[in-house]
Write a protein that binds this ligand. Structure first.
Ligand code: NAD
Length: 487
């Protein structure tokens, strides 16, 4: 069966999903399809009253259904059913994602959706395995740490991989026994709305998973200011993360997880397998057209192999073809918006004004949508905006080093520390360099996440606070009470 579909014939869910049903709401923010620039929908904006309604529904459902205190195995079973339904409804879910986002339909079914369903199952399995502890005390006392859910937690997600981001947040929060109010990006809300509907169909009580639509300044701010949202988990830019921290501090300190931006280096040493490194680097740049937090956008390479490696990377990059996200043959993603493509172009132009050279790309592609050609910049200095700024597009800067020390100095970014790649056949060097890199994740002789969901993800420096995935993400959705009983 072909996965390609006609985007004009797709019925879109609109409104907020509160208390287990879609609540009609007028569209406010114009939405354009990244694949062809056509205006096709408008996203509603929930104000503080609607956010409050969602929180009240979540609170009431959490209490009435004893979601946090039901037998953990029963909660896990419902979450497993939710994951099963996501796979069963993968085509519709993928269409709702592909129409508005940069994710090609062909990659969604086997990629984003299959992986997200597995991650949700991974979290469900913690529900009856992670628990409270008895701790050693003197014989006159019984001491324990009691692990408890927060109640209602908030989640705010970005546009770049919407299903995956919603899954990371909701999987951990629900398994840990919380009710959730989630705000997806105003640019890509439809798949998240449908996920919430599927959760209810799977038997998760209405009101436990709510979705409010809207932008950051209105809806996001109302969430981070809401006194009954006990914890916030955010994924997005470092700038918005700072605004969220400020708002939380102003309205009552609460725990938060912040998964923020990155500008990740890939260090290739002279003894590396050049073909393997080239394929991994090209893939990290072209995946979602570089619109990934962990995109390996800074190539640091030993000068002795630089020309050979860059040549091999170019070979891969020259093969990409733009295509509509609703066409199953498409592999290369559009840029999310016209504004973002202008920003990428501006940063590339500035790098060239500053003395850099564009070896490849450096322009919008010939297509009705917002496609940017994979771009390689050389001759950029460590102070150049092309190195400092998270470009969030398919732009690779190339810097050469003479030795390990210089490689590490160039790798050290003044702002970000999300991920890094190291390519070398020398095991001692791999470990030595990994230990010194200031990054939340280091991949050695590969680049990009695997399906090992036990590995947490999160940033060093201003790339974030706390972790998604792994045991850490589950535990971040629980709080610990210390109890001491005098016998
Ligand atoms: P963004 O920060 O503009 O928006 C993210 C979300 O936050 C959206 O839902 C937006 O409406 C909301 N928001 C914006 N301002 C807000 C505010 N003041 N208060 C509350 N909510 C607010 O980011 P984006 O453009 O959607 O996504 C791209 C960014 O996300 C990149 O920086 C990327 O690196 C980052 N990202 C990080 C990870 C990670 O795991 N570290 C994963 C994916 C994306």
């Amino acid at each position: 069966m072909s996965l390609s579909f006609d985007p004009d014939r797709l019925a879109l869910p609109t409104g907020h999903f509160i208390g287990g049903r879609l609540m009609d709401a007028a569209g406010v923010l114009e939405m354009k399809r990244p694949s062809d620039g056509v205006s096709f929908a408008a996203c509603p904006v929930a104000d503080a009253n609607i956010v409050d309604m969602a929180v009240e529904n979540a609170k009431a459902a959490w209490r009435a259904n004893k979601w946090g205190s039901m037998r953990p195995r029963d909660r896990a079973r419902l979450i497993h059913r939710f994951a099963d339904l996501m796979e069963k409804e993968a085509v519709k879910l993928a269409q709702l994602e592909a129409v508005a986002s940069t994710r090609p339909i062909g990659q969604l079914i086997e990629g984003d959706i299959a992986v997200t369903a597995e991650q949700i199952r991974f979290f469900a399995e913690f529900a009856d395995k992670e628990g409270s502890d008895l701790v050693p005390t003197d014989g006159d006392h019984l001491g324990m740490t009691m692990s408890e859910p927060y109640g209602v937690v908030g989640a705010i997600t970005p546009w770049n991989v919407p299903i995956s981001m919603a899954g990371w947040k909701v999987g951990a929060a629900l398994a840990a026994g919380n009710a959730v109010v989630l705000k997806p990006s105003e640019m890509t809300p439809f798949s998240t709305l449908y996920m919430a509907e599927l959760a209810v169909r799977a038997g998760i009580p209405a009101g436990i998973f709510n979705v409010v639509l809207g932008d950051g300044p209105t809806t996001g701010s109302a969430m981070t200011a809401h006194p009954d949202i006990a914890k916030i988990s955010f994924t997005g830019s470092t700038m918005a993360g700072a605004a969220i921290m400020t708002n939380i501090a102003r309205h009552g300190i609460r725990p938060m997880t912040l998964e923020l931006g990155g500008k990740s280096p890939q260090l290739v040493f002279a003894d590396a397998d050049i073909e393997k490194a080239a394929a991994a680097i090209a893939q990290s740049l072209t995946a979602n057209a570089g619109q990934a937090c962990v995109s390996g956008s800074r190539l640091l390479v030993d000068g002795k192999i630089a020309a050979e490696l860059v040549d091999a990377i170019c070979g891969h990059l020259l093969k990409v073809q733009p295509g509509f996200t609703w066409d199953e043959r498409t592999q290369y993603s559009p840029i999310i918006s016209e504004r973002q493509i202008r920003r990428i172009d501006g940063l590339v132009a500035q790098a060239m004004d500053d003395g850099g050279e564009c070896l490849l790309g450096g322009h919008q592609m010939d297509h009705p949508g917002y496609f940017y050609a994979p771009t390689i910049l050389t001759g950029v200095t460590q102070q150049s905006p092309a190195i400092i700024e998270e470009i969030f597009g398919p732009v690779l800067t190339v810097q050469e080093f003479a030795d390990e020390q210089e490689a590490l100095e160039l790798a050290d970014h003044p702002v970000y520390g999300l991920a890094a790649g190291v390519f070398t056949k020398d095991l001692s060097r791999a470990v030595r360099v990994t230990r010194q890199l200031q990054a939340g994740t280091v991949w050695v002789n590969r680049y990009g996440r695997s399906r090992d969901h036990i590995l947490p993800t999160g940033g060093y420096k201003r790339s974030g606070i706390g972790k998604d995935l792994g045991r850490e993400a589950y535990l971040a959705n629980r709080q610990t009470k210390s109890v001491l009983i005098s016998l």
